[in-house]
Design a protein around this ligand. Structure first.
Ligand SMILES: [Zn+2]
Length: 715
């Protein structure tokens, strides 16, 4: 994963989280009646009792269940403005597909036309973003407006207004996650395609609700985006500045990354890390002075909380001329989070099967029930492998662990080649983007694709010079190609660029198979972004071999595995806090920001005390609540640990299969079914942490054998 792509993924996620045009689950009949009672026109019940026998008589008993289901589904979304009783009855009479031939025709036509719709909308988006995405000269103000415009934003509203959505709801089944998990494995591929077709129209959220959600999200984003700490202005008790002038770090990303890079500073590293932890804790508890946020004009001792005018000027940033007050930030962090909660709640009545944001995240976006996700996360954080890994870290650091060591970054694969040597090899091979494009079939054959398949996939990928570090943009219809955006410097591609290009190529190959070779385009894609990331990592992890260099050795592999395991341990706790906080908000919808602050701190401490304190030997730490995503990303954090687990499952299967090419194609052609069904098909097991834990165990054994003094694994 890398910056630009991460941002793209997060952006896509946020776009989804605003639920403007979410494709998800159906209203259950049970709570659906609550919604219907509110919105359903008074004549609806009698129209249904009239039409049900009429259609059953016309098409025969075998269609009776479909008739009942279709009428119920349409009635749940029909509003007064859609027409009166006569309009409803005529609509139903005209559009019910009462025999298989008519249903087939309808299915095929919707499939073809929705592919065209998605494909062309995406094509417009891609063109409109071109100036911003490609290395093609200055981005002008109107280019940004083009890039931000989404021509498909109102498609769902339009399809309800012109009744194309109602035709689908009348004829194809809405399903619950429970049904998809329980019955899905026995459905035919066509049934799965019908289920995904219906899911496109399983919600009709009023525009003002979508707008409120988007505004709360944007408001929280803006708060997070300016939450900088001016590091040179942090003073310790001796009045020393530990950090260099001009250093401005965005919470929490840059603060966390600074903790990581401070491991390399043998002189002040530890003191710096302590200080950053102190700053993070003050952000979480909101005891940070309001005046020091993004303000280079004040010096601040985060231990005593003393604030005074800056002794040195290291920035031209003016504006903030607050007096040197240490009045605390007034729970703004939690007011923003509460804002996203209150806005999300407005969509609840229009989403009866998933009547909370929590349910929409787990049942619809992830399609893994929350209790299972919780169990998987707990399996990681309570694994005995944590203590063994901690012991290894402790021996490498030569000191007892500190809470900020959840961000330990000392597991390094290492390489026989220096970055400069690799840069030279890559620049010679790929002086231009075209050179990389030409080499794609060759690269794919090295990964085990047959010459024909390699040519076929390569012919569906267009390489463009990226403005940023690179990203992959798949097509949405078969007549379009996937785009690989890669960074090529004037002196040619460098190793970092190549590493990213290989990752993005993995995305493009997945995108090609899962669109062009899936049996139904309604099933195009993968269950969620974690799957395409995992497939991209399979490619990226073999980048040295693609350069004709030796594969990473056993030690390098083991280091990489432990790095991933430790990261998963850390982010699993963060995800558990995120989940706990959203439940608390739903349990206390009237809460004030101050109460939410108190609750969040308590939840973070509880999770820490249960799963981290035994390892770190310190209680009541609040660091797990520092992630900015918690404030502005609508319960996104559980995606990260699940992503790690999925990556290990897929990697394990690739190793088992030996050759990547055919296995990759077999997996990617499965399309967008539930994560568990996809994973069963790919690896024989549902989604879970076992592959990660098994690899970690092997890595610990291997590293302990190489470094016996670490004594990892003993007692
Ligand atoms: Zn990626």
């Amino acid at each position: 994963m890398h910056g630009t792509h991460l941002i793209a993924v997060l952006f896509m996620f946020l776009a989804v989280s605003f639920e403007a045009q979410q494709t998800s689950v159906r209203p259950s009949s049970q709570s659906g009646t609550v919604l219907s009672a509110k919105a359903r026109p008074a004549w609806m019940a009698s129209s249904i009792s009239k039409m049900e026998p009429e259609l059953a008589a016309k098409y025969g008993d075998p269609q009776k269940t479909r008739v009942q289901q279709g009428l119920r589904q349409v009635s749940e979304f029909w509003r007064a403005e859609d027409g009166d009783a006569a309009t409803f009855e005529e609509f139903v009479r005209t559009n019910f597909a009462g025999d298989q031939a008519m249903l087939d025709t309808m299915f095929n036509r919707y499939q073809r036309l929705l592919e065209q719709l998605d494909g062309h909308m995406h094509e417009i988006n891609r063109e409109f973003r071109q100036q911003q995405d490609l290395d093609a000269g200055p981005v002008l103000s109107f280019d940004e407006i083009f890039a931000g415009y989404d021509p498909s934003a109102h498609v769902i509203d339009d399809f309800f207004a012109n009744k194309l959505a109602f035709v689908v709801l009348l004829n194809f089944p809405l399903t619950t996650l429970q049904q998809r998990l329980h019955d899905g494995p026995n459905w035919s591929r066509r049934q799965w395609a019908e289920v995904r077709l219906a899911q496109r129209f399983d919600k009709r959220i009023p525009a003002d609700v979508n707008l409120a959600i988007a505004q709360a999200g944007a408001d929280a984003d803006a708060y997070i985006a300016q939450y900088n700490i001016w590091m040179h202005h942090l003073l310790n008790d001796q009045g020393q500045h530990l950090f260099p002038p001009k250093m401005r770090l965005l919470s929490h990303w840059n603060l966390r990354d600074e903790i990581k890079s401070d491991y390399a500073d043998s002189q002040d590293g530890l003191a710096k890390q302590h200080m950053i932890q102190q700053v993070m804790e003050r952000i979480v508890t909101q005891t940070i002075p309001q005046s020091v946020i993004d303000n280079p004009q004040l010096d601040w001792n985060p231990y005593t909380n003393e604030v005074r005018p800056a002794a040195v000027k290291d920035s031209d940033q003016g504006g903030k001329t607050q007096s040197a007050s240490n009045t605390r930030e007034p729970d703004t962090r939690y007011a923003k989070l509460l804002g996203t909660f209150l806005a999300s709640r407005k969509a609840d009545p229009y989403s009866p099967t998933a009547p909370t944001l929590i349910a929409r995240r787990f049942d619809e976006d992830r399609e893994i029930p929350e209790p299972r996700v919780q169990a998987m996360l707990e399996q990681v954080v309570s694994s005995p492998l944590v203590a063994q890994t901690a012991k290894l870290i402790q021996s490498r650091l030569g000191r007892p662990l500190e809470p900020f060591d959840i961000w330990y970054n000392g597991f390094r694969p290492g390489s026989k080649y220096s970055e400069a040597e690799l840069d030279a090899i890559v620049a010679k091979k790929y002086p231009t983007a075209e050179a990389y494009q030409k080499d794609i079939p060759n690269l794919l054959m090295k990964l085990g694709f047959s010459p024909q398949r390699a040519e076929y996939v390569a012919s569906n990928i267009v390489v463009d010079p990226a403005r940023g570090s690179g990203h992959a943009m798949g097509a949405e219809m078969r007549s379009e190609k996937a785009h690989l955006r890669t960074r090529v410097e004037k002196k040619g591609m460098n190793y970092k660029g190549f590493n990213i290009a290989v990752h993005e190529m993995g995305h493009n190959v997945e995108q090609t198979f899962s669109l062009n070779d899936v049996d139904y385009t309604l099933l195009k894609g993968v269950p969620n972004t974690a799957f395409t990331e995992a497939l991209a990592f399979v490619f990226q992890g073999r980048d040295l071999e693609l350069l004709g260099l030796p594969a990473p050795d056993e030690k390098a592999e083991a280091e990489k595995t432990l790095n991933d395991f430790w990261g998963t341990y850390e982010i699993s706790g963060v995800a558990l806090v995120d989940m706990g906080v959203w439940h608390w908000m739903y349990d206390h919808p009237q809460a004030t920001p101050a109460q939410l602050n108190h609750a969040t701190v308590q939840i973070a401490k509880d999770i820490w005390n249960r799963y981290y304190a035994p390892v770190f030997g310190k209680k009541d730490v609040v660091l797990l609540a520092v992630y900015s995503h918690m404030i502005d990303s609508f319960l996104y954090l559980p995606d990260y640990p699940i992503g790690h687990m999925i990556a290990f499952q897929i990697e394990q299967q690739m190793n088992k299969a030996g050759s990547i090419g055919p296995e990759f194609e077999r997996m990617a052609k499965m399309g967008r079914v539930t994560p568990d069904l996809w994973m069963e098909h790919a690896t024989g097991k549902p989604v879970g942490p076992e592959a990660l834990l098994e690899a970690t165990k092997r890595a610990l054994t291997a590293l302990t054998a190489m470094q016996p003094d670490a004594a990892a694994g003993s007692d």
